[in-house]
Design a protein. Structure first.
Length: 423
């Protein structure tokens, strides 16, 4: 059975590009989102998120009539679920627990329009066991249909987990070129999912089971988190031992089998700082390194703030005629990583706000990728590099944007450089 109509539930950073890619291959795509504004924006051929090239693909898909957005699901041959999997509210020090309520709502929303022969794919990053849970929810909603956990290969509806793995900023290119992990609940579920993705995926579609596919995605991001934690721990050790950590890592990486990542002010974004907790919350006794890496990376912003406090003390010792009120602190970069405008879950944002809260003098931020200071950042002015270099007494490097790499800081004495840009 071929896929003529494809529905994508959740039109965010992953769902919208995925919907647009199917539509660009002349499939009829029905995008579903609970946000009326997003639906209207997409139907006008525009986009509500920032991602290079996405505007062109969406505009063409809507104009040619292959993509439409709606609030309520309509019948389709395949449903891809790309909704958020955040944490439930938790207290400091507790292990965050995943909140699957968006997936449950999506399942309940598609249930009435589901029919024999349909394929349902979970794309959202999810704890191990979620695809099986999804199958149970569907079976409760639609007792008239059969599912793989009940009858295996002969199920009326096929189910699979196929995690997205694209890098924000390179989504369109990576959607096409990356290999895909396809975890079907039966061999038939996997085969049909491969057939669907082969519409636009040029990478290899590698088949496994649903649980392994879920764990594969969590493992990829946990691996990166653990490696960044190693680099962050090295940066703290080297600071103590008066060693330049960037020189050290460059030297160690000359070994043919060593590849250490880069330290920074902490780990941001929606994925790497989140997904490892899905492993830790399932297997708290066993996931020791993964848990510790999270704690190491989460504690780095506090370490940076302490460095800024030391820089203030050093400045006042060197300038006894001045008080803290006279000091201007410049924070370079607010985004969660270089050369993007995405401020979500950014350690640089948190650090800048904490500096502004603790410091009695002026705090300025330099972020070449945004036009105005975000509303949630209070008592911080947005300035350009030139002004910061002239007026600030302490320079705090938080994000290695390309614009910052050519700054000449030879004359500047009071620096906290978390990215090794001014090493
Ligand atoms: N970071 C460092 N040091 C490094 C590399 C990164 O401190 O050497 C920091 C960044 O500054 C940033 C954070 O880590 O704050 C995350 O950035 P990232 O570029 O590592 O990853 P994301 O969150 O943009 O995207 C990741 C990707 N996963 C991997 O590279 C394993 C992407 O492929 C996933 O699709 C995405 O998570 C996701 O959706 O899960």
């Amino acid at each position: 059975m071929s896929f003529e109509t494809i529905s994508v539930i959740g039109l965010g950073y992953i769902g919208l590009p995925t919907a647009a890619m199917f539509a660009s291959c002349k499939k009829n795509v029905i995008g579903v989102d609970v946000c009326q504004k997003a639906v209207e924006t997409i139907n006008a051929g525009k986009i509500h998120i920032v991602e290079p090239e996405l505007d062109i693909v969406v505009s063409a898909a809507v104009t040619e009539g292959y993509l439409k957005a709606v609030l309520t699901p309509e019948p389709a041959d395949a449903f891809l679920i790309a909704v958020p999997t955040p944490f439930k509210p938790y207290n400091d020090g507790d292990v965050p627990e995943p909140d699957l309520s968006y997936i449950e709502s999506a399942i309940k929303a598609i249930s009435p329009v589901l029919k024999k022969g349909d394929l349902v794919i979970l794309e959202s990053t999810s704890p191990v066991g979620t695809t099986e849970q999804m199958a149970e929810w569907l079976a409760i909603q639609r007792p008239d249909l059969s599912f793989p956990q009940q009858v295996g290969e002969s199920a009326d509806v096929n189910l699979a987990h196929c995690p997205e793995r694209v890098l924000p900023g390179k989504v369109i290119c990576e959607l096409v070129q990356n290999d895909r992990v396809i975890g079907g609940m039966s061999a038939r579920c996997s085969e049909r999912s491969v057939e669907l993705y082969k519409t636009f995926v040029e990478g290899e579609c590698v088949i496994t089971n649903a649980r392994t596919a879920e764990m594969a995605k969590l493992t990829e991001n946990s691996s990166r988190d653990v490696q960044i934690a190693f680099a962050n721990e090295l940066s703290i050790i080297c600071d103590e031992l008066d060693i330049n950590v960037w020189e050290l890592i460059a030297l160690a990486n000359r070994h043919p089998r060593v590849n250490i990542l880069q330290p920074g002010p902490g780990v941001g974004g929606h994925c790497i700082a989140v997904d490892p907790w899905f492993i830790v919350s399932k297997t708290p006794e066993e996931a020791k390194i993964i848990h510790t890496a999270r704690l190491v990376n989460d504690s780095k912003p506090e370490w940076v703030i302490n460095k800024v406090k030391l820089a203030i003390t050093d400045f006042l010792q060197a300038n006894p005629d001045k008080t803290a009120r006279d000091i201007t602190i410049a924070c370079y970069g607010l985004a969660f990583k270089p050369d993007i405008d995405d401020l979500r879950e950014s350690p640089a944002m948190g650090i800048t706000q904490k500096i502004a809260d603790m410091h009695v003098g002026r705090t300025v931020a330099i972020e070449p990728n945004i036009q105005e200071i975000p509303k949630k950042l209070t008592s911080v002015e947005l300035v350009d590099v030139e002004l910061a270099l002239v007026e600030a007494d302490i320079q705090v490097m938080l994000v290695d944007h390309k614009e910052f790499k050519c700054i000449n800081i030879k004359e500047i004495k009071f620096i906290v450089d978390t990215k090794g840009v001014w090493k």
